[in-house]
Design a protein around this ligand. Structure first.
Ligand code: ATP
Ligand code: MG
Length: 266
């Protein structure tokens, strides 16, 4: 397994506001995340977790310091350039799913491919048939082939989050960013969603996930704790013997996700 660095943050600072009202949300972070790591970001409310995720996710830019993503310095890029990086290199999973209510599961998963088609991003343009085939493959990977034409309102919370995971995967991202992915889910759906993330990790994906739950953090292999905009601790942990509802270790079954680039020709 290669251990090349995917995310490299050096002396990263994010300062909001000016003068008296200034908040140093990130106060000088040095952090390296390697290929195929599964990292949980923890820490109290206001400690800078979302600020960090927004910067890693190219939704915001640091005030000072540098951010290299897969070797590329992205800290000084323009908003348009950041949008391209987001679409091509990053997959997002949010606590509230962020699905389009008026669009079917299939249409939601196709969305990142549409942006790509519209020329907003690099990469070759895909035909409508290619887009559909890719989206269907991603829905199959999250075991939702029987729900492709359902609207979000016709799906359970766990199913909506699985659609969001399929959407995060469809562009073959380098990194999957998950902000409280199980925050709105019951324990059964949480296990299902975490089982999928474990599978993605087993298939070589890099995952960075914010969580407030020790139980959820136990699925990760590394836990980085924040306090007052600084890293308080950074620890590696063994694979948790997390049980699925069937009583089998969730990470004992080989994954069915296509490996990176495997369905690039669809
Ligand atoms: N847009 C903003 N403008 C000004 N201050 C902000 C802004 N966003 C965040 N902050 C401040 O930056 C600090 C870090 O916020 P952040 O949202 O990163 O915390 P968090 O660790 O994600 O907390 P939580 O667990 O509650 O989600 C907080 O003190 C917050 O008030
Ligand atoms: Mg937050």
């Amino acid at each position: 397994m290669t251990t090349s660095t995917i995310i490299q943050l050096e002396k990263l600072e994010k300062i909001y506001g000016k003068g008296e009202a200034q908040v140093r949300a990130l106060a000088g972070i040095d952090l390296q995340i390697g290929e195929n790591e599964f990292v949980a970001i923890m820490g109290p409310s206001g400690s800078g977790k979302s600020t960090l995720m927004n910067i890693i996710g190219c939704l915001d830019r640091p005030t000072n310091g540098s951010y290299h993503l897969a070797g590329e310095d992205v800290s000084g890029l323009t908003k348009t350039q950041l949008a391209i990086i987001r679409n091509r290199r990053l997959g997002f999973i949010f606590q509230s799913y962020n699905l389009l209510a008026g669009s079917t599961a299939l249409e939601n998963v196709m969305l990142p491919l549409l942006y790509r088609r519209n020329g907003a991003t690099q990469g070759h343009r895909l035909s409508a048939a290619e887009q559909k085939a890719k989206a269907l493959a991603a829905l199959e990977a999250v075991r939702l082939s029987d729900r492709t034409h359902h609207l979000p309102a016709e799906l359970s919370g766990g199913q909506m989050q699985r659609v969001a995971i399929a959407r995060a995967l469809v562009n073959d991202p380098v990194v999957i960013l998950a902000d409280e992915p199980t925050g709105n889910l019951d324990s059964h759906s949480s296990e299902e969603v975490m089982g999928l993330l474990v599978e993605l990790h087993a298939n070589g994906r890099t995952i960075v996930m914010v969580t407030h739950s020790n139980e959820i953090a136990a699925y990760a292999r590394r836990v980085v704790r924040f306090r007052d905009g600084l890293i308080e601790s950074d620890t590696f942990q063994p694979v948790a013997q997390v049980l699925t509802t069937e009583g089998e270790p969730a990470n004992a079954t080989p994954g069915t996700f296509p490996k990176e680039g495997e369905h690039a020709d669809l």
